[in-house]
Design a protein around this ligand. Sequence first.
Ligand code: HSE
Length: 432
Amino acid sequence: MARPLRIGLLGLGPVGMAVAKAIQDKDKVLERRIGAPLELRRVWTRTRGLPRSVDDSLLCYDVEEILSDPEIDLVVELLPGEHPAYEYVKRALLAGKHVVTGNKEVMAKHGPEILSLAAEKHVDISFEASVGGGIPVIGPFKLDLLANEIHRVRAIINGTTNFILTQMASHGSSFEDALAEAQALGYAEADPSKDVDGIDAMFKLTILGSLAFHMRVSPDDVYHEGISALAPADFRYARELGYAIKLLAIGEAEDGGVVLRVHPTLLRETEMLAKVDGVFNAVAVEGDLVGPILFYGRGAGGGPTSSAVVADIIDLAQRSLAGTAWVAPPAFEDTYSIRSMDDVRTGYYLRLLAYDRPGVFAQITRVLGEAEISIASVIQKENVVDGQPPVEYAEVVLMTHRTREATMQGAVRAIAALPSVFKIGSLIRVEE
Ligand code: HSE
């Protein structure tokens, strides 16, 4: 029997605990699948005294006990945020240890550098858990979809926001109430900004975009908008028009350019992504050979995320035993350039409040006509009360045909400046 593969675990949050438990509880199964036992050698955590799923004798509070231990073969990094995770991942690779990480921020910001470093040191770094929790998405992009030119990726990759949007759609909740519920259930953090502002999805789309389009992508290349400006009225109108509202992460390749964007999106209720509710995630991919495919499942939580982390450990352990556990330097094909959000062409949903006077609608449609934006449908409701002191307005909802983002933004600025318009309620992109 081969010698045990020794693991050092960094981080003992819910995912770290689930990983430690799986390695210990499934030791016999893992040994059979790998052909050698796994040994959880040391677990580093910053917080003392919390209830643990690992024996006290394994815990350490000095990270050097893992990073400087020459007997540890593989470091599993499950820390929140960029620092100190980035530094520790680099230290582990420099020391010739394989790494498994679930850290989307580190991989999004430093992926190319880290992969090159791993290649230089003849070790490997795996990151299946960084996107979509338990859903296999990184593996398929790295292997099963390699024969394809990917045209488009559309994904729901943040469970917290998908839960909030589902509550707003099905119960008419305000954003604030739905967020409070997500926090009470432990889905949203006390500081929810990374989730609700679309930053978590931006990091994940950076990783998916790089894999799908074989290019270097930085988070700065990804346009992002969050969900906090959405109102219950938007969900009512969307339903009336036959749409759901989802926070989509979209990557599209066209004419040598790729646009990567995260924003609330109106999707036809009949689309499969429109039916992905609650904390579930889904990634829809379109490739030239495979056509459309959909990955669906739980994108967060100890159990699902540990499924991805432990699978990466098994794969690395098997390849380590076979002497093939090293990564080639990242090969970026540079087929595409990153396109600006201004050039995106999509439909729009525009909700605004206007004074209920003759000629108001004509003024709005004149602005759109002059910008050559074609209206697809209109809803007007009277007697919407807003403002302080409260005043009655007419609420107007317009759906446009596809137009260029920069053109639409210019028209919305002009509409907002009309004296008869009280305020713009929301502008949401529409995916047909
Ligand atoms: N905060 C993430 C989400 C889970 O809500 O989907 C971890 O990626």
